[in-house]
Design a protein around this ligand. Structure first.
Ligand SMILES: NC(=O)C1=CN([C@@H]2O[C@H](COP(=O)(O)OP(=O)(O)OC[C@H]3O[C@@H](n4cnc5c(N)ncnc54)[C@H](O)[C@@H]3O)[C@@H](O)[C@H]2O)[C@@H](O)CC1
Ligand SMILES: Nc1ncnc2c1ncn2[C@@H]1O[C@H](COP(=O)(O)OP(=O)(O)O)[C@@H](O)[C@H]1O
Ligand SMILES: [Mg+2]
Length: 282
C-alpha cells in the first residue's frame, strides 16, 4: 500500500503566507502564461485571469496574434505579448523577466509550436509549470525532459500522464511509475484527478478538497494559472503545488450549495477564489 500525506486545512495553514500591508505590485510577483491557439484562446484567458485573481502583482500572457483582442478584452488586468504567427505560437521570445512561467493551456501541437517550445526550454531558467499541450509535446520528445529546471511542476490529467510514463495495470504501478518519473527528471508531478495527488520523488501528498463540479472544460487551465501565480509570489514549488491544488478544489466545495455540480464552470473557480482564501483565516 502506497503511503501518502493528507493535505488538509492544518497543512495548508502552515504553508499560506498572508499579504503584508506595505506590499506593492512590483514585489507581489510577475507571472507569465504562455499558450492559446486559434479556437483555444479561452484557455489562456482562464489561466491568466486565475493568476491575477490569485494575488500576483503582474500577469503577462504570451499568445499567438489572433488572440490579442480576445485576451485584452476578456481580462484587461493582464498584459499581452504576441508571437510572430497568427494562429499558433512559434517563437517564444520576450524581453521581460517574469518570476514564474506557466506554459501549455490551449497551446496546440503544431510543428512550429513544438520547435518553439524546444528553443524556449533550451534557454529558459525561470521557474516553470507545464500543462496540457506542452506536456503532450514533451511526451512526443521525451529527451527534451532533461531541459526542464529541477522542481519544475507538471500538471497532467491521467491521460496526459499516460502519454508521459506509459500505461499501468494497477494503482500501485501508477504510483511506482510516477515516483520513478519524478525522481528521474526532478519534477513535481500534480496527478490531477479525484482526488489529486502531488508526487515529489518518494513524497506523495493526497489533496482533500474538490468534487465532481470540477469535471468541466478549463478547470485545469485555471489550476495552471493558480500555481503559476503562487510560484511567482515566491512560494517554494512544492508549496505552490500543494496550496494551489487545495484552494482550487476548495472553490468547488464552497460553491456547491449555490451551484450544485452541473452548473459550476471554470470561471466559477476564479469567482470563488477569494472565498477560498478567506476561509483559511476562519
Ligand atoms: N476553452 C478552452 O480554450 C479550452 C481549451 N482546452 C485545451 O484543449 C487542449 C486539449 O486538452 P484536453 O485535456 O481536452 O485533451 P486531451 O486529449 O489531452 O485529453 C482528453 C482525453 O483525456 C481523457 N481524460 C481527461 N481527463 C482524464 C482523467 N482524469 N482520467 C482519465 N482520462 C482523462 C479524456 O477522456 C480524453 O480521452 C489543451 O491545450 C487544453 O488546455 C481545454 O482545457 C478545454 C477548454
Ligand atoms: N470528479 C472530480 N473530482 C475532483 N476534481 C476533479 C474531478 N474531475 C476533474 N477534477 C479536477 O479538474 C481539473 C481538470 O483538469 P483538466 O483535465 O486539465 O481540465 P482542462 O484541460 O479542461 O482545463 C483537475 O484539477 C482535476 O483534478
Ligand atoms: Mg488540461
Amino acid at each position: 500500500m502506497m503511503h501518502s500525506t493528507v493535505v488538509d486545512k492544518q497543512t495548508i495553514s502552515s504553508i499560506y503566507q498572508p499579504i503584508i500591508a506595505t506590499t506593492h505590485k512590483g514585489i507581489q510577483g510577475h507571472a507569465m502564461l504562455i499558450g492559446g491557439s486559434y479556437g483555444k484562446m479561452g484557455s489562456i484567458c482562464l489561466s491568466s485571469k486565475a493568476a491575477i485573481k490569485f494575488g500576483c502583482g503582474l500577469v503577462t500572457a504570451f499568445i499567438p496574434k489572433c488572440g490579442y483582442d480576445i485576451v485584452q478584452i476578456a481580462v484587461p488586468e493582464v498584459m499581452v505579448l504576441t508571437d510572430d504567427q497568427d494562429s499558433c505560437i512559434s517563437k517564444i521570445h520576450f524581453d521581460i523577466v517574469p518570476d514564474a512561467i506557466g506554459i501549455g493551456p490551449g497551446l496546440g501541437q503544431d510543428i512550429a509550436t513544438q520547435q518553439g517550445l524546444y528553443k524556449f526550454l533550451k534557454y529558459n531558467s525561470i521557474p516553470l509549470i507545464i500543462d496540457a499541450d506542452a506536456l503532450n509535446i514533451l511526451a512526443l520528445h521525451s529527451d527534451w525532459l532533461s531541459l526542464l529546471p529541477p522542481k519544475t511542476i507538471i500538471t497532467p490529467h491521467l491521460k496526459e500522464l499516460e502519454r508521459l510514463i506509459g500505461k499501468w495495470n494497477s494503482e500501485a504501478e501508477l504510483f511506482e511509475k510516477t515516483i520513478a518519473f519524478s525522481k528521474k527528471h526532478q519534477l513535481i508531478v500534480v496527478m490531477k484527478g479525484a482526488p489529486t495527488y502531488i508526487v515529489y520523488g518518494e513524497l506523495v501528498y493526497q489533496n482533500t478538497t474538490g468534487n465532481a463540479a470540477l469535471a468541466t472544460a478549463g478547470s485545469g487551465d485555471v489550476l495552471t494559472g493558480v500555481i503559476t501565480s503562487l510560484l511567482a509570489q515566491s512560494y517554494e514549488p512544492i508549496n505552490a503545488a500543494l496550496l494551489g491544488v487545495y484552494l482550487h478544489g476548495l472553490t468547488a466545495d464552497i460553491a456547491f450549495p449555490e451551484t450544485g455540480y452541473q452548473s459550476f464552470i471554470a470561471s466559477d473557480i476564479i469567482s470563488y477564489l477569494g472565498k477560498a482564501y478567506l476561509s483559511l483565516s476562519q
